[in-house]
Design a protein around this ligand. Structure first.
Ligand code: ATP
Ligand code: MG
Length: 373
């Protein structure tokens, strides 16, 4: 184990622990090639650059990272100058997106803590680390030298299976209430227990979540349902009564209807995207809406004549059910269409998203036959 030092009052002071490959055990083959290229390109022209956040945490937890975020001392225009296939994004919080075909690697410049943990001024790496939420999320990995930089004891906290806040308790949730959801998510995902102090802090500050914008809540619930630990995360959020801020209607049903709750958690465990065994295309939204639709819809009322209204009604019902989540219309339509397909009703998309036609499927024919008898 080595250390990174800084100079303070003319004396060298330990600042961070540096773990080598035989200490951190992150396999080079698990590193995304595009993330490696970004780090390598920026380092070659002299900018300190690392893989940060969730990817490093997941690699240490032996989970497959969803995405690889990069943090660097280079400023956005400098990043853009070094990496041609990139674009500056964000008006206030400036970031750079680097494009590798369909894949996007997000590169952010180290931020300062001068104006709190949600400000936007650029800063040094040792400031950047102090504005990250939990020690497990504040590790910096250099894929070129294969070294792991730990300013906050994150490696030991991961080994001790504990979620430890970096930002002081008095401000962490006041500055950003979504961090409460994140704490519960990381614990559930890793199968850890929420530390008692954090648990009671979250219990008392949970109402702050009422002030969070629908777009942030949408972003958070979307990530959760796309995660392979969605049922565990949502159960933990429900236990702490936080799920009602993300999905109030579903949370109320979980509390009042045991059978619904059971089905809901089973659906959330199903594949979140792609094709199921029976060839049905599943959207990441299916787990959230499928059981409610089943509960709230009388499929036998569907006829060719009423198809348009039936679909519109269903869409409205679902839109209201998942509020304040507000996914893109096309994605919600895709998810509803997949459920209609399961019911034997084929929904065809026409030129406009709001125009559609429906074809009778086997289920509908069966229902009608049954009625005729
Ligand atoms: P996941 O994407 O699985 O939710 P993540 O840790 O990658 O996990 P991101 O939202 O992608 O989460 O953020 C990347 C990193 O940015 C985090 O690991 C953390 O260091 C920091 N971060 C993100 N959101 C916050 C926040 N609300 N407060 C403080 N730091 C944050
Ligand atoms: Mg991430």
């Amino acid at each position: 184990m080595r250390y990174r030092y800084s100079q303070k009052n003319g004396r060298a002071e330990k600042q961070a622990v540096i773990y080598s490959q035989d200490e951190h055990h992150i396999q080079f083959s698990d590193i995304d090639g595009s993330a490696f290229s970004v780090c390598s390109m920026l380092q070659k022209v002299g900018y300190e650059t690392y893989i940060v956040g969730g990817a490093v945490r997941d690699l240490l937890l032996k989970r497959k990272p969803k995405d690889f975020d990069i943090a660097t001392e280079a400023r956005p225009p400098e990043i853009k100058r070094v990496i041609r296939n990139s674009r500056l994004i964000g008006r206030r919080f400036k970031l750079v997106h680097v494009f590798f075909g369909q894949k996007i690697i997000e590169v952010s410049t180290f931020r300062s803590i001068k104006d709190g943990t949600i400000g936007n001024t650029f800063g040094k790496i040792e400031e950047d680390v102090m504005r990250r939420d939990f020690t497990m999320n504040a590790l910096f990995y250099d894929p070129v030298k294969q070294l792991l930089l730990d300013y906050v004891g994150g490696v030991n906290d991961i080994r001790a299976k504990t979620v430890k806040p970096i930002i002081p308790a008095g401000v962490i949730f006041k500055e950003d209430p979504v961090r409460m959801i994140r704490a519960v998510k990381y614990c559930a995902m890793a199968g850890w227990t929420l530390p008692a102090a954090l648990y009671s802090k979250i219990r008392s500050q949970a109402p702050l979540l009422e002030t969070v914008s629908p777009s942030r809540l949408t972003e958070e619930i979307t990530k959760i349902i796309k995660s392979s630990s969605a049922p565990e995360i949502i159960k933990s959020l429900e236990d702490l009564n936080l799920f009602k801020y993300l999905q109030p209607a579903a949370s109320a049903l979980i509390k009042s209807d045991k059978a619904f709750a059971e089905k809901y958690f089973t659906s959330l465990a199903a594949p979140t995207e792609g094709k199921e065994k029976d060839g049905r295309v599943v959207s990441y939204l299916n787990g959230l809406i499928e059981d409610y639709l089943e509960l709230a819809t009388d499929w036998s009322l569907f006829t060719e004549k009423t198809a348009q209204d039936f679909y519109k009604e269903t869409f409205k019902k679902i839109r209201a059910f998942i509020q304040p989540m507000n996914p893109p219309r096309a994605e919600l339509e895709g998810a509803i269409r997949a459920i209609f397909t399961k019911q034997g009703l084929t929904v065809k998309k026409l030129r406009l998203q709001s125009r559609f036609s429906m074809r009778r499927g086997s289920r509908l024919v069966k229902n009608e036959n049954q009625k005729d008898q």
